[in-house]
Design a protein. Structure first.
Lengths: 183, 183, 183, 183
DNA sequence: GATGAATGAGGCTTCATTCAT
DNA sequence: AATGAATGAAGCCTCATTCAT
């Protein structure tokens, strides 16, 4: 039984990721349930509130991004690693919803639950690490701050929402130029 | 009486600009009415549909931006002018709503009314003009396109939505560096 | 000035007759005003309430029908006169709205204003007169009552609302047969 | 739980039948819900649209009428059967709403959903059958058509709306005389 | 007297959330 | 644990009626 429960939770989260990505957080819980193939009551059994579901989706997405950031950190070339990270994060896969809006610095943090802020902080730490390594290797301007990168990333994620594949590459390239990252 | 009507229409548009800016287009018409100090029926008398109100707000905002772009165009230093334009537009005053999302290139243009697309095109033309002048003066990389700038602007406008004043300046500066605009 | 007022009242009544006929009493007062070419405030100046307007329209229509009934009464052949009357009334011209619903016997009379009941009674008297003359001439079954005719007329008026020209003639013919009126 | 759902759906349909009958299709959905003893959201869960509810009510009523028509068809005396049918249908029980307006021939059929037109056609077929049997038995004039009967029925249903029990019998009797149906 | 504008009440519909099976 | 059903609150929009010019 516990396995069923976990499986359903998983299905719902996956569905939420897609639905919120496509239609924004305004999408109805019903639609998430439908896409997950479960009843809406099941969604609410797993996530007491729609906000909870949104936050869980955000956490999940942030964890993926953090993992990606840490994976790339192992690369020998710190500049290359940082550039790849920016491209990957800006593209943001199918999750076009701006979950990254939850990253600090952010005004609306007060209302967020612990898990979300923790996940956001973890991601932010990974991002800072990548930046610092690149700066140490001379592959990023020293005066650039973590906040700068975070804001730019958020901005690019939104642009992703709108631009096409190749267009996004061009834009990310321009930003990397501005950051002093060699390409 | 026409004066009353015009004044109220103005009040509603102003209120809409603020409300949509703060809470996004999902904000309720009721709230716009409350902020404008009129009844909701008055809002609907001036704008038959919520979509109409949103579009009118967008047009108004775009027209302001276009005027700003054209005003700056008269500057002697084309590079300076372009830089100022980017900063001004990214800041975007109190209108944090991403009205700039209406700029081409954009997928969702089909559903938009004529006035909106016209206003968006006019703004885009002014933006392209500023870019070309800067490039002709050697104050912007020649390979940068109008689409690049438009996407970056849209991205920065979103970041504006979240970042603070000084932080925004830093970020815009980085982007200008990437565009090869001297500061 | 008085002439303007009267003219407007006339225009409104005419418009109301058409609009209510086409869309039923659910049609909006705005539409009546638009069709009359006046502002909605003018409509309400002349008729304090929408109900008042509806009743005035009904009275006007009833008076026309009464006049028609009296005009036909002069015919030599009482049976012929009665048959013509039924046909004319069932067709009801452009006023398909069932103003005849106001005729007695009717449950909802209590709520009606004096002018309406008076007009309805006058029409009913004219109708009774035509029937009695036909019966006196042996051109209608003696046991038929005014209520019978009134109900049938109301029914046919509704059918008119729906049927076509020739179809209506057939149906009225059948009813006249049932009433014993020679054709 | 399905039992609850079905029961509520039934309650809503029943309430709709009464409410629409009394106040016409313009009656508010709220009133239907109140009469059914459920919340208005429950009404909309069962019938996505007010139009859907109206149509479902119409279908239900038409099916009852069709069943009645077919039941009477088994009678030995075809004329008697037809007369009974007319009386029953004209009386139409508590459903004073003119659901019969949906019968062909009718202009507004285009906007109707499949189930409604099917139910209307089924009823019309049953009615035609009764008429033809009566004509074959010499108990109705041969030149009378199904359209004639349908229109008359519609008309009488409206009259039902207004007249009383005994008055209706008289009127139906007159129409049957006109149709050549012995009584 | 006529009008353009304003409004409160009400109608349809959606949705997050709760309940009973 | 999962579901179908129920609901209150809220949103958009319309309309009869009133008000200010």
């Amino acid at each position: 039984m516990r396995r069923d429960g976990a499986a359903n939770r998983e299905k719902v989260l996956l569905a939420a990721e897609h639905v919120f990505a496509e239609k924004g957080a305004a999408a109805s819980t019903d639609e998430v349930a439908r896409r997950a193939g479960v009843s809406i009551a099941t969604v609410f059994r797993n996530f007491a509130t729609k906000q909870d579901l949104i936050e869980a989706t955000a956490v999940r997405h942030l964890e993926k991004l953090t993992a990606e950031a840490l994976r790339l950190a192992d690369s020998r070339d710190a500049g290359q690693a940082f550039a790849s990270l920016m491209k990957t994060l800006a593209a943001a896969g199918p999750v076009k919803m701006t979950l990254l809006d939850l990253l600090p610095p952010h005004d609306g943090r007060e209302g967020l639950s612990r898990p979300v802020t923790e996940a956001a902080d973890a991601f932010r730490a990974a991002l800072d690490g990548a930046l610092h390594r690149a700066q140490a290797a001379g592959a990023a301007r020293p005066e650039v701050t973590g906040d700068d990168v975070s804001l730019l990333l958020r901005a690019l994620a939104h642009a992703t929402d709108l631009g096409e594949g190749e267009a996004l590459d061009r834009v990310v390239g321009i930003v990397l130029d501005g950051l002093g990252v060699p390409r």
